[in-house]
Design a protein around this ligand. Sequence first.
Ligand SMILES: Cc1cc2nc3c(=O)[nH]c(=O)nc-3n(C[C@H](O)[C@H](O)[C@H](O)COP(=O)(O)O)c2cc1C
Ligand code: SF4
Ligand code: SF4
Length: 274
Amino acid sequence: MIFYFSPQGNCRAIATRIAEKTGDNLVDITKVMRKPGSPVFSLKGESLGFVLPVIYDSVPSIMEEFINKIGFDLFFDDYSYVVLSYKNRTGGAQDALNQILSRDEIQLTAAYAIKSPGMERAGGPVEGDLEAQVQEMMKQVDRIIPMIKNKIPGNHNRDEHLISDLETDLDKAPFERASETRLFGVLDSCIHCGKCAQICPTYTIELEGEKPIPKWVKKRCSLCMGCFEICPVCAITYAGHTPHPRYLYSLYSNKEEKEEEKEFKNSKDIEEFF
Ligand SMILES: Cc1cc2nc3c(=O)[nH]c(=O)nc-3n(C[C@H](O)[C@H](O)[C@H](O)COP(=O)(O)O)c2cc1C
Ligand code: SF4
Ligand code: SF4
């Protein structure tokens, strides 16, 4: 079973490609977070996989809430792995996930990292040939799939900026500062479509007024930047920036791949687990 979180779509594409080849089921963490209840996932002899973006040198802060919300029926095959999708450095993400999972007495047996396009910091620039970067990302995925299928243990993360020393305390201050929702704003160009509120995994955005304008109703959020990137008219600002340019995997993946993904998603993504 592969759990993924994917505000900009890279991790969803990576998880979908892995699931196509392994036959594993897919679970979208955002969907689970947006539904009430505490589902228990039964792994029935499958491997336990996570495909996650690196956010401020760690895993998305929502992972802690997610693991607290769900339960595992632990009949899994003892192969548990993470695939980290990152732009420049995976930092302490592997250790952070291991720490969260240790509450369920799970430790990762393997780790992989895939260099991916996107912004490296909230509101930061997105550069280069994004179509080529998307293709390169998927090539890397194809290279790790045989290892996942053959359940090869070990740290296969080749990122030189990996912080693998468990003694290293991750500096959480930059994330704490950046995740203050007062940094978000909305331009007059907002067309009131509500997509930003629909995508938010933490129900942080509410729409107010006759022509509803988004409002950030919590002091902090998980800083996934999904709202920022999904806005079709780039009306959301972060620290005064609008997306430059807007990055979503679906805007740069080729048509064939999109069709394949759609077909597979329709057949495999687990929606009804309650
Ligand atoms: C708020 C934010 C913080 C990020 N922090 C890092 C980081 O610390 N290191 C890094 O290499 N990439 C970082 N990234 C890049 C993402 O990890 C990368 O683009 C990933 O592929 C996004 O996955 P997704 O498309 O599934 O959302 C960050 C992206 C965002 C939006
Ligand atoms: S408010 Fe935006 S950045 Fe924050 S969690 Fe919601 S969608 Fe993600
Ligand atoms: S996604 Fe953009 S246009 Fe739509 S409501 Fe949100 S800010 Fe307005």
